[in-house]
Design a protein around this ligand. Sequence first.
Ligand SMILES: [Zn+2]
Length: 244
Amino acid sequence: MPSNRRAFLAATTAAFTTTPAVSAAAAPHRDADPGPPLRPLPHPPALPHPHPHPHPTTAREALAALLAGNRRYAAGHPRHPHEGRTRRHVLAAEQHPFAVVVGCVDSRVPPELVFDQGLGDLLCIRTAGQVLDEAVLGSIQYGVEVLHIPLVLVLGHERCGAVAATLAYLRDGTPVPGHLRLLVDEIAPAAWRTRAMPGDWAEHTVRAHAAWVRDAIRADPAFSSATVAAARFDLDTGRVGLLP
Ligand SMILES: [Zn+2]
């Protein structure tokens, strides 16, 4: 059972078991007319812990938590943690996400689901093809410097539409209208570098581009306090694999 549902049931049960106890204690006159025998009250359930799952504080712990969550997701056994009302109330005053995820806007790759995390766990920044611009860099800096997040994970994925559009432009001259041009310009260097490699050009580009984004973030002194890694999400298996 998901922890938030468990917490809700525990809180609800506590509310219902408290009321009869107070009524019985405040009504001694019932001795004259005992009525139906009182049943013993069950032991009150433990109150939900505000942090039922250990909160990662280092980059190593953060990465381990992400990969463990992804294993649950890929296996079809997600916990959907940190989605309940209690969690929302705890987070209302402040947030302490443990990882920045720089990912693609692709609707099939939502980081909170892919990594089986919940409210307040991840600071997600998503652009098509996870390309960088000043808004993205400023958002990463907010996470690293202001929120002291120890890990930045760049997440590319299989069959990325932004990569496909880039390859179509480079290979066939397929027009790139309007604002899409920025995406192609950012992904094209990775595509050129992998053009001569045997095998799937799109797949090579996905990996090379994610690694390039990772290296660009690593090289920026604004993020020197964080560990920066890159990974690829497999649409077919649901698994996330770290890139070398
Ligand atoms: Zn994509």
